[in-house]
Design a protein around this ligand. Structure first.
Ligand code: NAD
Length: 481
């Protein structure tokens, strides 16, 4: 289907003479030629958002909620289009997009529209004075997102930002820029006023950098890698602009010897979802000694049955990596791990047969054993279908190994003991802990990372804390006419 690849600024399409090519990882074909924005387009988009903020910030929460519900309905009506375009663009599974991701995209908008009605704080008294707390809109919000779940991650910020009364300039990922453009069409058709939502397409250093450095931007929401976050943080600091950072991870899967092994194996195999291109993936499998051998055998048996292929086929479990350069980056990690003495017990390289047949960027599910804490493969985020397997003896050893990382996005614990689950959940450093489950996400729950996995929490009221300027007005009991 046709997607408009120009920017969306102030309620109209704006083209650039400069463009970049958008390549599908399914087959290496160029699927779109996209406008390549820079400072001029960013300035125009921020100016449009600043103008639109005057009116949008004055609409009542009920009016905003009504409009955003229309946007959510527009998304629901186009789930199939969005799913098809996203799969072609970033290579993630079509069935996941159809059944999970795109319905969640609509929910990202609807949930925060609905949540507005619960954003009230009771007035309270200080020596006869009335304290009145309000969530005031903050202003122009920059939303910069990565390619692994482009529209889902963007709308998870666009929803609360718009609901709060802010206006938005979004910079989609250059490796998967298309669904942001479809979202602009849907929001426009739903009646969102011109300038309330804007898209500047382009590369990170050309379009993202001027956006996060812009002095009229009042909030920066960045999802991406740690190295980029450091640059974004430096720009934000110059303008004292508040940031929300959702960054990488190196999360543990802690399997104790009292665990249900079927469940543990299911959860371990799930870590190959989206070809491992998931920030939350529990890529460090830590398994207690008493069940290590049995877990290893059963996990490898199951992982060997995963089907890799075209992400549009129902029976496929793993698609490609998002781009040629990311494929090479993942391969570099694997090669260096092998050179450093890690032992490959599954996969260990590209799926050459599939790559030759399709022209795509497929990498085989890979598992390493014989690794230790000093190796790059156990410390750095690979962001591909690459897991490590290590044993541990006592509960304290397991906790220490789980926490032996600079990151702290998530941790998954598998155990049959509720007491142990409570102890370990409280001892691991992570923004989200899952016990005997994985990826259960509620939009009202706080979400974010500890350590180098991020700054801040979003979800429910936490999102409004970030996107709003929370104000306390104190009214004296006297002085009224
Ligand atoms: P990235 O940091 O390279 O890019 C992210 C976005 O930032 C892109 O839109 C890019 O164009 C833009 N960008 C690049 N340089 C910029 C600059 N100087 N100024 C402003 N913007 C700039 O990350 P990526 O490779 O696209 O995504 C993968 C990373 O995202 C992984 O580390 C992954 O863990 C992380 N991630 C985190 C979460 C989370 O919720 N914690 C979710 C998904 C992905």
């Amino acid at each position: 289907m046709d997607v408009d690849t120009r920017h969306w600024i102030g309620g109209r399409r704006v083209a650039n003479a400069d463009t970049f090519e958008d390549v599908s990882p399914l087959d290496g074909e160029v699927i779109a030629v996209v406008s390549r924005g820079g400072t001029a387009e960013v300035d125009a988009a921020v100016a449009a958002a600043k103008d639109a903020f005057v009116g949008w910030s004055r609409t009542s929460p009920a009016e905003r909620a009504e409009l955003l519900r229309r946007v959510a309905a527009g998304i629901e009506a186009r789930i199939e289009d969005l799913a098809q375009v996203e799969t072609r663009d970033n290579g993630s599974l079509l069935r996941s997009h159809r059944r999970g991701v795109m319905p969640r995209v609509a929910m990202n908008i609807r949930f925060f529209a609905d949540h507005l009605s619960s954003l009230v704080h009771s007035d309270f008294d200080t020596r006869g004075h009335r304290n009145h707390v309000t969530w005031d809109p903050a202003g122009v919000t920059a939303i910069v997102t990565p390619w692994n779940a482009p529209l889902m991650l963007a709308t998870w910020r666009i929803g609360p930002a718009l609901a709060a009364g802010n206006t938005v300039v979004a910079k989609p990922p250059e490796w998967a820029p298309l669904t942001a453009s479809l979202f602009a069409d849907i929001a426009h058709e739903a009646g969102l006023p011109a300038g309330v939502f804007n898209v500047v397409q382009g590369l990170g250093n050309e379009a993202g950098a001027p956006l996060v450095a812009h002095p009229d931007v009042r909030r920066i929401c960045f999802t991406g890698s740690v190295p980029t976050s450091i640059k974004v943080g430096e720009s934000a600091a110059r303008n004292v602009t508040p940031v929300s950072f959702e960054l990488g991870g190196k999360s543990p899967l802690l399997v104790f010897d009292d665990a249900d092994l079927d469940l543990a194996v299911d959860l371990a195999v799930e870590q190959f979802d989206n070809s491992g291109q998931v920030c939350l993936a529990a890529v460090r499998m830590l398994v207690q000694d008493g069940i290590y051998d049995e877990f290893r055998a059963r996990f490898l048996e199951r992982a060997a049955t995963l089907v890799q292929g075209d992400s549009r086929d129902e029976g496929v479990d793993l698609g490609p990596l998002v781009s040629k350069s990311h494929f090479e980056r993942v391969d570099g990690f694997v090669k260096r791990a092998v050179a450093g003495g890690a032992e490959v017990i599954l996969g260990g390289g590209p799926n050459d047969e599939l790559n030759v047949a399709t022209g795509g960027f497929y990498y085989r599910p890979t598992v390493f054993e014989g690794v230790d804490r000093t190796m790059e493969i156990t410390c750095q985020e690979v962001f591909g279908p690459v897991l490590t397997l290590q044993g541990f003896s006592t509960e304290d050893d397991g906790i220490a190994m789980a926490n032996d990382t600079d990151y702290g996005l998530a941790a998954t614990i598998v155990t049959g003991s509720q007491e142990r689950a409570e102890r370990v959940a409280s001892a691991v450093r992570a923004g989200t802990v899952w016990v005997n489950c994985f990826f259960v996400r509620d939009l009202s729950a706080p979400f974010g990372g500890s350590g180098r996995s991020g700054i801040g929490r979003e979800g429910g009221t936490w999102s409004f804390d970030f996107y709003c300027d929370v104000k306390n007005s104190v009214f004296a009991p006297k002085g009224w006419n």
